[in-house]
Design a binder for this molecule. Structure first.
Ligand code: NAG
Ligand code: NAG
Length: 213
């Protein structure tokens, strides 16, 4: 019996030593998964050590007093690769700053789960595909800058319900259809929309948003 328990303990130790070393913290895990998808020639993610108990000491990551991640600051970092659904797990995130990099692929619809997000800056990358309709769930959002990418399709009408939106920029993409006029869209300047295939403001009462899209 004694030798059996000793043996089980011995086997367990071996198994544990081979299991992947991961953060016990779900937000740290999400960021670690993100890191595996990015190419990082300037090593800006070098301090992202997944064996730490949480990611709050990692460079470019900011936490609140409860050790929840509230900022990700990776603008101008020369990173490439793509984003996945993992970013949707950073439930407390307020600032997602990924501008002026070389990130490609689609914008994950799971970013719509970041209900505390105040600012999403994805401008100056190589994002393609459509602007996710799920962004209409980002009720705290004030700044949404997606300019200078390769986005296509219409501006989702659902975004007109974002009553806190103050700055919206989708200039220099490949968007089509008409520009919404409702809600916060009544006050965005025309240079927020320039250099696309957009058809000018939507006509009153005409649901023409996929016209020419
Ligand atoms: C960052 O990217 C720019 C433009 O692609 C390039 O000129 C520069 O050499 C890169 N810097 C590093 C450190 O990789
Ligand atoms: C949108 O971005 C473009 C390109 O950077 C810039 O020229 C323009 O002033 C911006 N407009 C607004 C309203 O932020």
């Amino acid at each position: 019996m004694a030798s059996f328990s000793f043996f089980s303990f011995f086997l367990l130790s071996i198994l544990l030593s081979f299991s992947p070393v991961l953060c016990t913290n779900s937000e740290g895990n999400a960021l670690h998964v993100l890191r595996t998808k990015l190419f990082d020639p300037k090593n800006v993610l070098q301090s992202w050590d997944p064996t730490l108990v949480n990611p709050c000491t990692w460079f470019h990551v900011t936490c609140d007093s409860n050790n929840h991640v509230i900022r990700l600051d990776l603008g101008n970092s020369n990173i490439s690769g793509s984003l996945g659904s993992e970013l949707g797990e950073l439930k407390h995130l307020q600032y997602l700053e990924l501008y002026w990099n070389n990130i490609e692929g689609k914008i994950p619809k799971e970013l719509g789960n970041l209900k505390n997000l105040v600012s999403m800056d994805l401008y100056g990358n190589k994002f393609e595909g459509e602007i996710p309709k799920s962004f209409s769930k980002l009720k705290a959002l004030r700044f949404l800058r997606l300019n200078n990418n390769r986005l296509s399709g219409p501006i989702p009408r659902e975004l007109t319900t974002l009553s806190n939106l103050k700055v919206f920029n989708v200039s220099h993409n490949n968007l089509c259809g008409t520009i919404p006029v409702d809600g916060p869209f009544g006050s965005f300047p025309i240079d927020s929309f320039e250099d696309n295939r957009l058809n000018g403001p939507e006509l009153q009462g005409l649901a023409a948003y996929d016209f020419g899209c």
